[in-house]
Design a protein around this ligand. Structure first.
Ligand code: 5RP
Length: 235
């Protein structure tokens, strides 16, 4: 299949997964809004439902891009505050395995995504079929890193057997990319993550690593579109 047709199919799958995820939303809910292209499909559909008066919700976004989109489509936003919890968060993923272990952060929003997921009673992942894997790790694992710590973080990742690559600005390619928090992003190529909990625990001990993209034991369900059908996966 030509690459453009494949991309078009994946885009249709993202749209389908997002449309099915809308069934999880009830009026009165506080909803966490994920980041990335699949989450953007969901935000647009949720915005349609809000503007048409079918759903009354309030939301918090996991990135500046999702926040801007939510405003554009008319979703009321609430700022983080003590005691704030989300009934439901809907987010995408770069990889998900059969236990709903996730690798996230391809869009660089892993820190806020994990903060919102941790404050959520229910994390629903939406994904096209390309995201399903047997083992995590083919997609490089992102880390959000304090700039001063970068050289030592690169050394520590190499010691763990990964190949760390500093993410560069997607448009210029000439300077490092920065997260919404002003930190650096390091993509770690492990090829395969055989023990995700052990790797996650190791990464947490590296000074200067603010967050990593392994989301373990966090998702309650995933809506995965496979062609024109949808499966709901649970851990
Ligand atoms: C951003 C993320 C995204 O959810 C992930 O990259 C998937 O993005 P897309 O839906 O565009 O494939 O973790 O930090």
């Amino acid at each position: 299949m030509a690459a453009s047709a494949q991309l078009e199919n994946l885009n249709q799958e993202k749209q389908l997964a997002a449309a099915v995820a809308l069934r999880w939303v009830r009026s009165g809910m506080r909803v966490g809004l994920g980041s990335g292209s699949t989450a953007a499909c969901f935000i647009r559909l949720l915005g349609d439902a809000v503007r048409e008066g079918q759903l009354q919700i309030e939301a918090t976004a996991t990135s500046l891009a999702s926040e801007q989109l939510a405003r554009e489509v008319g979703i009321p936003l609430v700022e983080p505050r003590r005691g704030l919890r989300f009934d439901l968060t809907v987010d995408g993923a770069d990889e998900l395995d059969g236990d709903l272990q996730l690798l996230k952060g391809g869009g660089g929003a892993l820190l806020r995504e994990k903060i919102v997921a941790a404050a959520s009673d229910y994390l629903l992942i939406i994904a096209d079929s390309s995201k399903e894997v047997i083992k995590l790790g083919q997609f490089p694992l992102p880390l959000e890193v304090v700039p001063f710590a970068l050289p030592w973080v690169l050394d520590a990742v190499a010691e763990l057997g990964g190949e760390p690559v500093l993410r560069m600005h997607p448009h210029t390619g000439a300077e490092p990319a920065h997260s919404d928090q002003g930190n650096l992003l390091v993509d770690c190529h492990f090829q395969v993550v055989s023990d995700a909990p052990a790797l996650a625990a190791h990464l947490k001990t590296i000074p200067g690593v603010v967050e990593h993209g392994l989301f373990l034991g966090m998702a309650q369900a995933a809506v995965v579109a496979r062609g024109t059908s949808v499966v709901v996966l649970r851990p």
